[in-house]
Each structure stands twice: as structure tokens, then as C-alpha cells.
Design a protein. Sequence first.
Length: 162
Amino acid sequence: MKKVIAVLIAFLIIVSSFALNVGETASGFMNPDLAGKYFLSKKILGQSWVILDFFATGCKGCKKELPEQESLYKDFSGKGLQIFVFATDKEGSRVVRKYFAENPGPLTVLIDRYLVTAKKYGVEGIPSVFLIAPDMKVMVKGTGYSKKIIEDMQKVLTVAMQ
């Protein structure tokens, strides 16, 4: 049992050392969308404001947060904001496609079944969000559902996109 705990502690230390924090430069990614077509981040990172939202279909906080992300999109997409929802469901696109067919919205959904992008960003829980500026710096980072995180992103976007 002590070995298991030691291994878990070492793993958490390693994972937390990869966490992307406010002020750091965002990592690139390449994930498939719901149709299976791969999306390359170089098309958007470094060119506009971007929100990355790590999501799971069974996550209650994610389901609360998604309409608020859609509201941010409605308010700021005309000024260049793009939002990407990374579905982290282990079951993959089959489950995610079904969920978003029943709950359609304007956000771009990408599949991160194997958590490749989540690991690059050091995601520590679901939901997790990152607001990234056009210079690729993380401006807001949040884990877990919180209205304060949404409000913080809205404040930054309001000032930046006046």
C-alpha cells in the first residue's frame, strides 16, 4: 500500500509540473472534430482570442458551464473569439456525437479521448478552461465549475475587445 501511495504522489508531482499556468505560452494541438476531420491549432492560436474548455458528457459542472461558454461566444465571436470544447470521454466520438446531437450549440467540439491535449495543458480536473490571448499567453485558467471563472474571462475579453 505504501508503494502505491508513493507512486501516486510521484505521478501527481509530475503531472502538476506540466500544468500550464496564467502568463505561460499555450501549447499547440491537433484533435479530430465530431466528423473525424483533424483540426490544427496553428490556424487559430496566435491569431485571435481562444477559449479551450475541457469537458466530459457525464460531468455536471461541464453541463452548467457549457451554456455560459455559449453566451461568451455569442457576445464576443463577432470580435474574433473562438471556443473549442475538448470532449474527454473515454468512449470517444460515438458518445460525444450523440450528446451534442441532443444538445446542439455554436461551439467547435474536438475529441480528446486519449487526453493528449489535456495532458499538454496539465488539466487537473473537468471542467477546465483556458482563455488564451492572441500572443498565445494564458490569461485566465480555471478548474471546476465556477461563475467567477466565467466572469473573469468576460472581464478580460470586454477590456481586450473594446
